[in-house]
Design a protein around this ligand. Structure first.
Ligand code: SAM
Length: 213
């Protein structure tokens, strides 16, 4: 489901800063060659993530869900030279595509890929991430959030994608993915120590801040 009229969305994208032509090439290749290419965040979300990175002075990004590497590359491009994107995925085939396209960009050296189940990979990191972007298997969203709240620096922000799941969150859950997203959204809303904003950008983006002082 599209929450924003296509012409309006296209106009917004046209008037926004967008990721580089390397990202556009990667987007085109993914849409033409890779199954489930709609999983890629696209230009509007990439622009929004770039805005957050630049306005919050982000240096360390953690991403759960690399796919073919579009959002990781877009975020790396928005970071300063000493910034880094640590990105986690379980799929060796799609991440091989990611690595091939990253290597064309001068931001490639900012990206570190960790292959394996994300809940396992997450155990090796220390707190201090400025931005966490969660965009992987929805069944684990709650568990990712709990771990990422530990890993987030004091001034950091967590962004979680697909939290409207094409509108299915409004109904009784028919799938584990919908149930996982509803559990996450309800949990975040119940925590008075978190400040959260759910925006209907694309398939829904939930922004969370933990340090309210
Ligand atoms: C929506 S896609 C990520 C899209 C990416 N952020 C982008 O914009 O290009 C979700 C990714 O999560 C990965 N994934 C699914 N289950 C996972 C798990 N348990 N651990 C790590 N990655 C997982 C999938 O392999 C898939 O590439």
């Amino acid at each position: 489901m599209r929450f924003i009229d296509k012409d309006i969305e296209d106009y917004c994208i046209e008037k926004s800063n967008q990721p580089s032509h390397y990202c556009s090439e990667l987007e085109t290749y993914t849409r033409e060659n890779i199954p489930m290419s709609q999983m890629l965040v696209g230009k509007m979300e990439a622009s929004f993530l770039g805005f957050l990175i630049k306005s919050l002075g982000v240096k360390k990004v953690l991403e759960i869900g690399t796919f073919t590497g579009y959002s990781a590359l877009a975020m790396a491009e928005a970071l300063p030279e000493d910034g880094s994107v640590t990105t986690l995925d379980i799929n060796p085939e799609t991440t091989a595509v990611a690595q091939k396209f990253w290597s064309k960009s001068r931001s490639a050296n900012k990206i570190n890929l960790h292959l394996g189940p994300a809940l396992e990979s997450l155990k090796q990191f220390s707190p201090g991430f400025d931005l966490v972007f969660i965009d992987a298997d929805k069944e684990n969203y709650y568990h990712y959030l709990i771990k990422c709240l530990e890993l987030l620096g004091h001034k950091g922000v967590i962004v979680i994608d697909n939290v409207l799941w094409s509108g299915s969150v409004l109904k009784a859950p028919q799938t584990e993915s919908t149930a996982g997203i509803q559990k996450l959204n309800d949990y975040v809303a119940s925590r008075s120590d978190l400040y959260s904003t759910l925006l209907p950008i694309r398939d829904g983006m939930l922004l969370i801040k933990k340090d309210l002082k």
